[in-house]
Design a protein around this ligand. Structure first.
Ligand code: GDD
Ligand code: MG
Length: 355
């Protein structure tokens, strides 16, 4: 089977992490995020994937080359972003399958444990034009809300509606009949969520929902990104791309964690990073060359490449950009984001090791 991977978004909600690296390439449990999706797609029988790129397009081929995780890779770039539907149509130029064959489409920011083969089977059995993976969430207003009838046929598609009619949502993994992709208008901006799906339903085409409510996460916000990475390290979602065995922490080559430090909760410690004695790091992602100094506390946070946390500083739910420096004694909490290269001076109340 062939697949199209949508990876052209700007990842604005993940800034400043996505200033230098597109969201799908952010290191997640030790490997680029997409490695987990590629490995899972391969396990489900996908042999060839077309990357639909736009933002920082050249970085994808540099990261994965022509073959990775057992899958042949092809790259198609949009000069201007064409939206999700336009991107699928544009990438379809590189498909080799026939008009009735199933094509898997994946949003490039989803961690999911669902059974892709079962979704494809439902698609084939019902002769659908499109079959969507649906999951359930507490706040459906942030997603595509997708009601179905008793047979599982989709009756409406309501993208980011303030008044959701069900908590079943579009989980960002579709099976399209190839001919349904070719029917999307070419060379123009199209939203699959706001135009293609509602249009197919209105025209009477069969659109099916494959409901599965196991592990599922859209890593589009810093909070979700750090949660997803920790869940992979802890083994809450099995990934064939995870380096090493699941456990409380993943310490990559060349990282130095002092025996007097506590690192847990699925934290990844990047290459060349240092965690000094008396520091506590939990449920976090430390990218390469990060330094967490003695007595500092870091939880639920993402520290980008080369960021440094001074002695006794406290970070809770924080994002540090590349090379940002938090001076000794600072306390940062609640979603605060520090842009690359910013240096916060030490606080007036100096940290003391005898305190
Ligand atoms: N090539 C290309 N071109 N890719 C794009 C473009 C584009 O113009 N716009 C978005 N994408 C890619 C993004 O990179 C991402 O992988 C995917 O399309 C979805 O975009 P997001 O920006 O992450 O959308 P969302 O999370 O707000 O909503 C989507 O996903 C939800 C599930 O997480 C929608 O599909 C919702 O209906 C769905 O519930
Ligand atoms: Mg998303």
């Amino acid at each position: 089977m062939e697949a199209i991977l949508l990876v052209g978004g700007q990842g604005t909600r993940l800034r400043p992490l996505t200033i230098s690296t597109p969201k799908p390439l952010l290191p997640t449990a030790g490997v680029p995020f997409l490695a987990h999706q590629l490995a899972r797609a391969h396990a489900a029988g996908v042999e060839r994937i077309v990357f639909a790129t736009s933002y920082r397009a050249e970085m994808f081929e540099a990261a994965f080359g022509r073959r990775a995780h057992g899958v042949e890779l092809v790259y198609v770039s949009e000069e201007e972003p064409l939206g999700t539907g336009g991107a699928i149509r544009n990438a379809a130029r590189a498909l080799t399958c026939g008009p009735d064959d199933p094509v898997l489409i994946l949003n490039g920011d989803i961690l999911s444990g669902h059974d892709i083969r079962a979704q494809v089977e439902l698609h084939e059995k019902t002769g659908a034009a499109v079959t969507l993976h649906l999951t359930e969430v507490d706040d459906p207003s942030r997603f595509g809300c997708v009601p179905t009838d008793d047979e599982g046929r989709v009756t409406a598609f309501l993208e980011k509606t303030p008044n959701p009619v069900t908590n079943r949502i579009n989980a960002g993994c579709y099976v399209f009949r190839r001919s349904a992709i070719d029917a999307i208008p070419a060379d123009t901006v199209v939203s699959v969520e706001r135009e293609t799906f509602p249009g197919l339903i209105a025209s009477g085409a069969v659109v099916m929902g494959h409901v599965e409510t196991g592990y599922w996460m859209d890593v589009g916000t810093p909070q979700a990104f750090v949660r997803g990475s920790c869940d992979l390290v802890l083994g809450r979602l099995a990934s064939p791309a995870m380096p090493g065995e699941p456990g409380e922490r993943l310490v990559l080559d060349g990282a130095v964690v002092s025996p007097g430090a506590v690192v847990r909760g699925g934290t990844t410690v990047g290459r060349g990073a240092v965690v000094e004695a008396g520091a506590t790091v939990s449920g976090s992602v430390l990218l390469d060359e990060v330094v967490v100094a003695e007595g500092a506390t870091v939880c639920d946070s993402v520290l980008s490449r080369g960021a440094r946390v001074g002695p006794g500083a406290v970070l809770e739910g924080v994002v540090l950009g590349d090379g940002a420096v938090v001076g000794p004694g600072n306390e940062l909490r609640g979603g605060l984001r520090v842009w690359p290269g910013i240096e916060l001076p030490p606080t007036a109340v100096r940290f003391s090791t005898d305190a």
